[in-house]
Design a protein around this ligand. Structure first.
Ligand SMILES: NC(=O)c1ccc[n+]([C@@H]2O[C@H](COP(=O)([O-])OP(=O)(O)OC[C@H]3O[C@@H](n4cnc5c(N)ncnc54)[C@H](O)[C@@H]3O)[C@@H](O)[C@H]2O)c1
Length: 275
């Protein structure tokens, strides 16, 4: 395949990508991938410190300059903040073409009868409301008002397909992410807005490190971490950057212009494990 063909199919020159939760482990790698494919990116994160760290990595690893990447402090669960962030990102970089909903994460695990309803609701808010509903609602409204199409990429999980033990709210929320990916894809297809998702296998990130890794120095895994590896046919965790291929594919109108409502597992075979 020639470079020209690959660029035509997957290149994102001139495109603008908004990344909600853009300073996270997976989203920072996606931002680097989008920059390397030619897009300009807006990193939305909750703290200035996390925005600055992500922008520094973008500069170092994708040679990004100020015209190519901006960072904003945004609470993705706040309609007012997201509305303002869309406008500010558009003013800085140009009209947005892609939204990546990468806010989410889990906190701990435990028996169902001991779950705290408040903590349960907090995880639903994080993964579903901030992680999908608010940014999707506002970018869809923005694109429809402007008569523009676009692409939304959500982040689902292995637990969207199959419950993982003890992480009740996270599982419910991620099943909801897959459901709403399909539902909003149908809703907005006629407006030229494609909605898809990536379901990563297990990537060691801040939000799940304690659940997976028992000892950082030796790399010794928790029982749960070891059990995940045993059930992953490829026998390892994923690297965050391994999500970039699916993200570029879903973002590209040339490659995926007729693809909507799907969730792509990038999981080393976790979902097809058997005896
Ligand atoms: N790491 C994995 O193994 C894995 C697997 C499947 C799915 N995921 C999903 O991928 C996504 C990214 O997760 P990650 O593992 O990179 O975790 P992460 O904790 O590194 O990234 C999440 C980011 O979202 C930010 N955030 C949280 N609430 C926010 C809000 N209200 N507004 C703006 N930003 C907010 C956090 O500060 C953090 O930077 C999540 O949806 C997660 O559930 C992760």
């Amino acid at each position: 395949m020639s470079d020209v063909y690959a660029t035509e199919l997957f290149g994102l020159d001139g495109q603008v990508v908004l990344l909600a939760g853009g300073a996270g482990t997976i989203a920072t790698e996606l931002a680097i991938g989008f920059r390397r494919a030619g897009a300009r990116v807006a990193i939305w994160s909750r703290s200035q410190a996390s925005v600055d760290t992500a922008l520094t990595r973008l500069r170092e690893e994708a040679g990004s300059d100020e015209e190519g990447a901006v960072g904003l402090v945004v609470d993705a669960g706040s309609e007012e903040a997201v509305d303002a962030a869309i406008a500010e990102s558009a003013a800085a970089l140009g009209e947005p073409d892609v939204l990546v909903n990468a806010v989410g994460g889990n906190r701990g695990k435990g028996p169902f009868e001991e779950l705290e309803v408040e903590a349960f609701e907090e995880i639903l808010r994080l993964n579903l409301v901030a992680g999908l509903v608010v940014p999707t609602k506002l970018i869809a409204r923005y694109w429809k008002a402007a008569g523009r199409g676009g692409a939304i990429i959500n982040i689902a999980s292995m637990t969207s397909y199959r419950p993982l033990s003890g992480v009740w709210a996270y599982g419910a929320a991620k099943a909801g992410v897959m459901n709403l990916t399909a539902a909003t894809a149908k809703e907005y297809a006629a407006d030229g807005i494609r909605v898809n998702a990536i379901a990563p296998g297990f990537v060691v990130a801040e939000q799940n490190r304690r659940l997976l890794v028992a000892d950082e120095a030796s790399g010794k895994l928790t029982e749960r971490g070891a059990s995940i590896i045993a059930r992953t046919p490829m026998g390892r965790f994923a690297e965050a950057r391994e999500m970039c291929g699916a993200a570029l594919f879903l973002a590209s109108r040339a490659a995926a212009g007729f693809v909507t409502g799907v969730t792509i597992p990038v999981d080393g075979g976790f979902l097809v494990d058997n005896v």
